[in-house]
Structure formats: structure tokens, C-alpha cells
Ligand binder design. Structure first.
Ligand SMILES: [Zn+2]
Length: 218
């Protein structure tokens, strides 16, 4: 079974998480920056009323899927666990599911296509960013995202049996455990890793704006 890391290249839709007063559990999170915070209850969201896509990412980096796609994944026997529907600020359930798991791949043994910036020195788990070659609008050269390559050795077989999607150990962007001055609370999100089985269904659905980079496992 091959595994892939997903990059959502479309325009993010709606807000979610910390900025919408979602509750998180910090027991196992980094004591300095809060990376690794776990969701408590449903993901709270804002501004999803115009969302029509079957698969998208919010501005805050959470992945949401439609009811329709959720039904399809369950029908096809894809292991996605018991996903929760997201809610609005009044805790009303909406028609989207939060593609969320607490199962994580180990730290990658080496990688390309990512840069590290302003990383927390306690956990060294955040501060990853996609590496890009900035284009030139005037010369009509688009910005190019460098392909991701994540390498792993010796992946635990039991882990792979448990689910068809996982978090990466590495988290994208910065985290901030406490609101101070201009800084708001923010927990960096992991990358989304999917099995070939799940990728095939997503491709059958002809979802737009999804890029899959194959993972190398020794
Ligand atoms: Zn940290």
C-alpha cells in the first residue's frame, strides 16, 4: 500500500478552530507553543454557508468533507473512523464532516519540499512551510510549489491497519499557546497523509485542487 501527502491548492473556505472558540486539550501538547493540541468536541466554524465543494481546507488549515463524500467513503469501506460534523458558532451542526484523526505518522527521516522557519525550540515540531519558487506576475511566471517528498523507515504495520488517513508528525506554520499582545492562540496543523485506497476514491470523485505527493517508505 502506498501513501500520499495531500496539498490543497484551492482557495480556502471559511474559518475554523481557535479563531471560532473551538476547545482543545493541551495535555500532550508542547508546553511552550501548544503544537499537538487535540480537539475537544466538535470543530467550530464560521462562514461556511457558501461552501459547495466536497473536499476543502479552511483558512485555518482544517480539512472538511461533504456529507455526500462521507457517505461514499463509508460505502467503499474506507477507514475514516467516526468523524464528527462541524458546528457553527451557536453549536448547530452543519452538513460538513471534519476529516480529523489523532493517528500520526512518526517523524520523517528526511524530506524535501519543506523549509523550516521560526520553529519552536522545545518541540521542533512546528515551523514547517511548503518551499516555493516565487513567480513573476509581470512576466507571467506562476509561483511554483516544490514537490513534497517525505521519507520514512520502518512504518508500524499496526498503525497502517487502523486508518486510511493520518497526520504527519511535522506541523505546518507557527503555533502560539497563549494570547499575548498582537498574538492570538494558534496551533499549527499537521499535514494530511492518505492511503492509496482513499486517494483512489478521491480521484474517482474528480475533486479539484488536490495534489498528491507519494511518500517513500524504506
Ligand atoms: Zn513547541
Amino acid at each position: 500500500m502506498e501513501y500520499f501527502v495531500i496539498t490543497y491548492t484551492g482557495k480556502p473556505i471559511g474559518e475554523s478552530g481557535e479563531s471560532c472558540s473551538t476547545e482543545y486539550i493541551l495535555d500532550e501538547a508542547c508546553e511552550t507553543c501548544g503544537t499537538g493540541a487535540k480537539l475537544s468536541g466538535s470543530l467550530k466554524t464560521k462562514k461556511l454557508n457558501k461552501a459547495k465543494k466536497n473536499f476543502f481546507q479552511t483558512v485555518d488549515g482544517d480539512y472538511l468533507i461533504s456529507e455526500e463524500l462521507h457517505i461514499k467513503l463509508v460505502e467503499k469501506g474506507i477507514k475514516i473512523g467516526d468523524l464528527d460534523k462541524v458546528v457553527d458558532f451557536k453549536n448547530n451542526q452543519l452538513t460538513f464532516y471534519h476529516l480529523y484523526t489523532e493517528l500520526s505518522f512518526p517523524k520523517t527521516t528526511n524530506f524535501s519540499g519543506l523549509i523550516i522557519d521560526s520553529q519552536c525550540q522545545t518541540c521542533k515540531r512546528n515551523g514547517y512551510f511548503n518551499d516555493v519558487i516565487i513567480g513573476d506576475l509581470e512576466k507571467n511566471i506562476p509561483t511554483k510549489v516544490i514537490p513534497l517528498e517525505l521519507n520514512y523507515s520502518d512504518l508500524n504495520l499496526d498503525l497502517k491497519k487502523q486508518s486510511d488517513f493520518f497526520n504527519s508528525w511535522e506541523h505546518m506554520g507557527l503555533s502560539n499557546r497563549e494570547a499575548k499582545g498582537n498574538l492570538v492562540v494558534r496551533y499549527a496543523r499537521p499535514m494530511l497523509i492518505v492511503s492509496e485506497r482513499l486517494k483512489i476514491v478521491l480521484e474517482e470523485e474528480r475533486l479539484e485542487n488536490l495534489k498528491f505527493d507519494v511518500i517513500k517508505i524504506d
